[in-house]
Design a protein around this ligand. Structure first.
Ligand code: DX5
Ligand code: ZN
Length: 211
């Protein structure tokens, strides 16, 4: 085992068959399930919300890795925590007071992640590192699956890794076997992949090729 955590994004799964597609990811050896929550405000797209997380919780024991691309994340933390999220990742850019959001997520016994968009400097996460379980470095502009990997975003990883050997550094957007290697070489240890996994002919091979 390489110690790399693979988190398939169900944004690229078949929404009419989420249970089936999560079982496929389980059988393929996925570690977590990445759930992309979008509100049509923080990002231009709308995806899924609390009731879907609650339903997914009933069909899998895998860690539910919930990526909130929403404004006012503090308003919804309790709902996602109660629905069964294991990791709740919010966007630095969406939080008026990141310390409060971190405390709130922890108050429900959940793991906490902070994410930064492509234009956001990695410096902003440094003051919070010791309170975080995960930093999500977006490698595309959040909002849609199937976009092209942005190498400049991956260049942010070493600064974070140098400051903290413990924190999980996750990348999300345009991840495939090739771009995964670019990120893990720089210190990332959690890979989100939507299209690369769910649009592949052989999901197990796709998951394996990321490690
Ligand atoms: C994008 C989402 C991603 C998306 C990744 O805003 O946060 O999780 O599903 O999709 P791919 O891997 O297809 O780029
Ligand atoms: Zn995501």
């Amino acid at each position: 085992m390489s110690g790399i955590i693979v988190s398939p994004s169900i944004l690229s799964a078949d929404f009419a068959n989420l249970e089936r597609d999560i079982k496929l990811a389980e059988k393929a050896g996925a570690d977590w399930i990445h759930v992309d929550v979008m509100d049509g405000h923080f990002v231009p797209n709308i995806t899924i919300g609390v009731p879907v997380v609650r339903s997914l919780r009933k069909v899998t024991d895998l860690t539910l890795d919930v990526h909130l691309m929403i404004e006012n994340p503090d308003k919804y933390i309790e709902d996602f925590a109660m629905a069964g999220a294991d990791i709740i990742t919010f966007h630095y850019e969406a939080a008026d007071n990141p310390d409060n959001v971190i405390k709130l997520i922890k108050s429900f016994g959940k793991k906490v992640g902070m994410s930064i968009k492509p234009a956001t400097s990695p410096d902003v996460v440094l003051p919070y590192l010791k309170s975080l379980d995960l930093v999500l470095v977006m490698t595309v502009e959040p909002g849609f699956g199937g976009q092209k990997f942005m190498p400049d975003c991956a260049a942010k990883i070493p600064l974070i890794r140098q400051q903290d050997e413990r924190v999980i550094i996750q990348v999300d957007g345009g991840i495939n076997a090739e771009t995964a290697k670019i990120c893990t070489d720089k210190g990332a240890n959690s890979l989100v992949a939507g299209n690369y996994i769910y649009k592949s002919e052989n999901i197990a091979e796709a998951v394996k090729s990321l490690r």
